[in-house]
Design a protein around this ligand. Structure first.
Ligand code: ADE
Length: 390
């Protein structure tokens, strides 16, 4: 097994402004994790770590014999979701009935009657448990579902529970909906539990949510950011939509019940996003809103590029009103300037209307727009982003 690397932990979101990070340990005893270092990353960097308190670590990068402490939030931000690996050969041998999860990857899987089921492609480690991905199957790594593991013979026996078969994604598929209950490991497919500290409602368990996220991800090369839709999140803006639409795609987690255990939100660096200051009964309608806002910006979706560009928010202003034939309807006439054929006058009228409507309806956007004008000295389009955009 020499040369094979084992994932010992994964870096989560930054903690504070001094470069500390939340860190999820896969070591049986997380306190012992620093002793396994230095850790390698998939892109060839090397780090040591020191716990400053439970779940929060200081990282030090080793570069040509020099040590550089990760000392600011920006540097920590760039490390979110980085996996900390150690060479398999450096780890002590596993005990009887113990396995390094990485050793399971590649084993041939068979049903109890000897039917070949494929190979273990990936092992998802959720801390509280693990599951094996075998082609389209996602199987909890429990004695009931994986009664036999023979590393030396390169095989496992698998009894897949029927209800967690996941259909393989079709090539080019744009949207894949997944049921979080598929990640549950008990007979009742439980995904939630009562909140610590008391209170109404139920909270989604971190291990189950983590399992569902891992199953949705296409492995470690999947760079899609994960978003958690919640009324507690940062408010969605057109600037955020533009960024998502330009990226590699999204994994979107829709909350139900009271919410999701905060530890998985932190450990997996989930971006908490709200679509507005009201409470929905679940994140699914919000996901559709987010999806629609992103998809319309994808190349080839809108008729003309400028129709996406010019609309409300892109320039930091709400859009001017629109009119079409008939020129007079129920005694109401279209503004004369729009019938004048004078392009300059039409543009000036539209601009003035956009400013008036923004000033009247959205003082927050108007203030941000004016700040942008002051800072850049520009008055054209795309001067400022809407308030809250970042
Ligand atoms: N889930 C419930 N309410 C929500 C909101 N306003 N935005 C996003 N997700 C939600």
């Amino acid at each position: 097994m020499a040369g094979r690397r084992i994932e010992m932990g994964v870096i989560g979101r930054p903690h504070g402004v001094r470069g500390l990070v939340h860190l999820h340990s896969y070591a049986a005893d997380p306190a012992a994790l620093p002793g396994y270092g230095p850790f390698e990353t998939e892109d060839g960097r090397r780090f040591t770590l020191r716990w400053v308190r439970t779940g929060v670590a200081e990282l030090t990068e080793l570069v040509d014999g020099d040590r550089h402490v990760v000392a600011d939030r920006n540097a920590a931000e760039r490390l979110v979701n980085v996996r900390l690996l150690v060479d398999r050969a450096r780890l002590p041998a596993a005990g009887a009935e113990e396995f390094y999860l990485a050793d399971l990857v590649g084993l041939a899987a068979f049903a109890p009657d000897g039917t070949p089921l494929g190979r273990v492609d990936t092992v998802h480690d959720y801390g509280a448990g693990a599951s094996l991905e075998i082609g389209a199957l996602l199987v909890p790594f429990t004695r009931a579902c994986v009664p036999e593991v023979d590393i030396a013979a390169g095989r496992v026996v698998v009894v897949p529970p029927h209800e967690i078969v996941v259909a393989p994604a079709e090539a080019g598929q744009a949207l894949e909906a997944r049921d979080i209950r598929a990640a549950a490991t008990d007979r009742h497919r439980t995904v939630d539990d009562t909140p610590f500290g008391g209170g109404a409602g139920m909270v989604m368990r971190p291990d189950i949510v983590d399992a569902a996220l891992a199953a949705a991800r296409g492995g470690s090369a999947d760079l899609r950011p994960a978003v958690f839709l919640t009324p507690r999140g940062r408010k969605l803006t057109q600037a955020m939509v533009r960024e998502f639409a330009a990226g590699p795609g999204l994994v979107v987690l829709c909350g139900r019940y009271e919410g999701i255990d905060q530890r998985v939100v932190e450990a997996r660096g989930l971006q908490e996003i709200s679509i507005g200051d009201y409470v929905l009964s679940g994140g699914e309608p919000a996901a559709i809103v987010l999806l629609d806002a992103c998809v319309r910006l994808l190349p080839g979706v809108m008729g003309a590029a400028e129709s996406a560009e010019e609309e409300s928010f892109s320039a930091g202003l709400l859009e001017y009103p629109h009119y079409t034939r008939p020129a007079e309807w129920q005694g109401r006439r279209v503004p004369d300037v729009l019938l004048s054929g004078h392009h300059g006058a039409v543009a000036a009228w539209r601009r003035a209307e956009a400013e008036r409507i923004t000033r009247e309806r959205r003082p927050d956007l108007w203030a941000a727009f004016q700040r942008g004008v002051r800072e850049t000295g520009l008055h054209g389009t795309a001067v400022a982003s809407p308030a809250g955009a970042s």
